[in-house]
Design a protein around this ligand. Structure first.
Ligand SMILES: C[S@@+](CC[C@H](N)C(=O)[O-])C[C@H]1O[C@@H](n2cnc3c(N)ncnc32)[C@H](O)[C@@H]1O
Length: 221
């Protein structure tokens, strides 16, 4: 998927991946993990959300701590703040535009141009519909870059999506549990929860597949 593909999705509002509410795994599973994981940060945890779109999950995470999102589309950034009745300050940060409101920041531009040295250590990284959005050719590059943000003590909260191979031309691409283990073979990978998506419904799209499963993983160094 080149940047043009995503810009067109946002221009045409073909954003079937966008969820109308906070992801169930956050409210039902991750909420319990937060207590047990704790934070090395004495104050609020720092949370990084790559390829964040205008996800409402950012609001849930902002209740837990300081959120930094990364998103290519300026439309997504503007919509996120306006649809949630927030007026961000917008400044330039190198090649990125930085949208900021209180403890919510989104770097608009290319994720691959963001460097971990720009930020304090992240306590959590949240990937919902980022890894599965990228074609196989970009996958390892994405994981390598993501890994550079995973410090000692960082927990990557990853939600994958799996359907029988060959049944759909992505995005979203199918990522099996085995592939998650393979991609993060240098890390400690724990599968926390699994659920079958009823009606093969992925956010606002019903996918033409015979089975659709989401899994929640916790990944650490
Ligand atoms: C499938 S959507 C998922 C959005 C969000 N995570 C969610 O759950 O709704 C993938 C998002 O990644 C963004 N994106 C794609 N390539 C990117 C890149 N190189 N840097 C930053 N964002 C990118 C797209 O614009 C799109 O909003």
């Amino acid at each position: 998927m080149n940047p043009e593909f995503w810009h067109k999705c946002w221009e045409r509002n073909t954003i079937g991946f966008h969820q109308p509410s906070v992801h169930q795994f956050l409210t039902e599973q991750v909420t319990n993990l937060l207590g047990s994981e704790g934070s090395a940060n004495a104050e609020k945890p720092n949370i990084f959300i790559p390829l964040c779109g205008k996800s409402l999950d950012m609001l849930w995470w902002a209740e837990q701590g300081n959120v930094v999102g990364s998103e290519l589309s300026d439309i997504a950034c503007q919509d996120f703040f306006s649809e949630n009745q927030l007026t961000p300050e917008v400044t330039s940060e190198g090649e990125h535009q930085l949208y900021q409101f209180a403890n919510l920041a989104i770097y608009q531009g290319d994720f691959f141009q963001l460097m971990p040295t720009q930020f304090p250590r992240f306590d959590y990284i949240y990937d919902r519909a980022a890894l599965i959005a990228l074609p196989p050719a970009l996958r390892q590059q994405y994981v390598n870059h993501l890994a550079s943000f995973i410090a000692e003590g960082t927990a990557l909260v990853l939600i994958n999506l799996e359907y029988p191979a060959g049944e759909l031309e992505g995005p979203p691409f199918t990522i099996s549990a085995d592939l998650v283990h393979q991609l993060f073979s240098d890390f400690d990978v724990t599968e926390v929860a699994v659920r079958d998506l009823q009606g093969d419904q992925f956010a606002s799209r019903a996918l033409p597949v015979s089975k659709l499963t989401e899994r929640l993983f916790l990944i650490k160094r």
